[in-house]
Design a protein around this ligand. Sequence first.
Ligand code: UN1
Length: 493
Amino acid sequence: MKTLLNYINGNWTASASGEYVKVTNPATGEVLGEVTQSTAEEVDQAVQAAVAAQRAWRLVPAPERAEVLYNAAHLLKARKEELAQILTSEMGKVIDEGRGEVQEAIDMAYYMAGEGRRLFGDTVPSELRHKFAMSIRVPVGVAGLITPWNFPIAIASWKSLPALVAGNAVVWKPATETPMIACEFVRIYEEAGLPAGLVNLVHGSGSVVGHAMVAHPGIDLISFTGSNEVGKRINAQAGALLKRTSLEMGGKNAVIVMDDADLELAVDGILWSAFGTSGQRCTACSRVIAHEAVKDALESRLLERMSHLKLGNGLDASVQVGPVINRASRDRIDSYVRVGVEEGAKLLGGGKPAAEGALAEGHFYEPTLFTDVKPDMRIATEEIFGPVVSILPVGSLEEAIAVNNRVEFGLSSAIFTRDINRAYEAMRDLDTGIVYVNAGTSGAEIHLPFGGTKRTGNGHRDSGVASLDVYTEWKSIYIDYSGKLQRAQIDNY
Ligand code: UN1
């Protein structure tokens, strides 16, 4: 059994609290380790280390900072399989997806390392003679990262890599369910040559460690991915301190299937987006907005394919659907299914926990399909974060787009159609941060901005160049080489 420790100022230490939480494999119930539970005191130690380390780091040329990121990228790549196994054992996603997630971190590391030689600002003409004008990016200072269990290394990479290449230090609270992969990621930074104090890992609960991070005056910004409920609390607490927050929260993503769609392709896309990661992605498809002309065909094809999905331990390569994260999550998913039935939605398949044989040791839920779901039902509007998908029939593209847009979230959406005019109309009108044409709602690539509209976020983006906006301030610089006072807007007019 492993003991998972904090990493503060380059030292692996246990919290003085003496408290630990067990880490278990959600597929088997096996106890994998225990993780130290920190207090505000350790947050303070981490912040002090970060503040001191950042003072020197900001002066290291960005291409040199990037060398550490390249090293980290190589190490992530060399350890891809080992990391994927760890990730799957503590989080549950099937091993293929575990590998995919580690690949996402590798891609992000190479991409952000490249930013060491870009970090572009603008040089623009001055309106005055003998005057030069430019804008540059400067680090914000110390970034507080609070990350979820569903993509424990990919999302940590989206946040920590741009923070570091831009010259910030990091205090990171990973999810309590996934401390093993977090420790491995930090070990990689350590081995890559990152100076002590630049990444500090503080394990513990949101109510103690997360709260202390948001409150700490030495942490300049908070980047958070997780539930809306927690995001709102962070925003309120940070807002009172005028602290920058980047929030990425819920989704209620839909796949639109038009009457001219390639149905087999749409079924592939829906199955992957709805049941991949057992529906526990921010980008998961939880609504299928189906044109009534293809609704029946879609239902029968989906049901047929669902009946062949194999549930089990994600480390077994033949398994397609792993467990959900814990018992509470399984129960919450089940209560949503009961709500759906009570609301009058038609349950076509699944609809209960899966607990036969070896599955009884873990937390499994049957892939579940509802149909004849109305747009205002709770199962059509609230994030379920499990393998449950609802079919909502519509009669036109306009209605499909309206149904997509009426939820309070706006992360990802997709349309299956062979009509290029309809595709472009959807690209223009779907009110989400990510839109797919002829692919499911999952599968964002790291060099594009990741995030959503409305209550999914607060206008910021993870990954892509856009993520640099979270971790940098703009500084505008004017150099007057005229040798005299030149007043802008006055002396030139
Ligand atoms: C998430 O669920 O928060 O697009 C991240 C995807 C993955 C990332 C998901 N690349 O589904």
